[in-house]
Design a protein around this ligand. Sequence first.
Ligand code: MHO
Length: 215
Amino acid sequence: MDLNRRSTSFQTATFSMGCFWGPDSQFGHLPGVIRTRVGYAGGTALDPTYHLMGDHTETLEIDFDPEVIPYSTIVTLFWDSHDAAKDRTYKGRQYLSLLFYHDAEQQKIAHQVKQDWENKHHKKIQTEIQPYTHFYQAEDRHQKYFLKRYPKAHSSITYLFPTYSDYIDSTIAARLNSFVREFGLLADIKKELEFWGLNENEKYILEELLDTIRW
Ligand code: MHO
């Protein structure tokens, strides 16, 4: 069973826009987003943790299929979803607006979208756009944080996966972590269930769960 839809042709987008719980659920439901993870990036401190973040910033990383969702759409949503024009240094670097490009193409797109966004909104974006160097995955308790607030859902999904990290890395966990925050449609998740190689019993468990998780 391939609940993760391990696709060979995916790209990675890495960006910071405040407390990482929020963006995890804002981006996790988007068609073409394959997996999400939260962590720390942008600083020089080695092996940061939530309580010893050093000069790092809370960051979201997503793997996406560029044929379904282009990088330009992700970057536009990034700037639409937080205030990148204001000063965000009230907690040092923890909640900065950062965008890490993974290659020259992403770099070009990021600068182009930034320009367009500034022209459209008549605001100056403060986001630091920089090359990706390293992403440190955050502690388990921060992964799929909002979904974990629903212990019943959380436990019935973990049970479908061989390991905890398979679960955290799965598309279904990303979708449900959004769904509990009212991002994404029930109908869309149900449609996707057909493509995840689930057996009838697993599909039934998930469908039952979806009907009870949000009302
Ligand atoms: N003010 C939030 C921040 C958490 S986020 C992972 C809280 O402590 O509830 O930075």
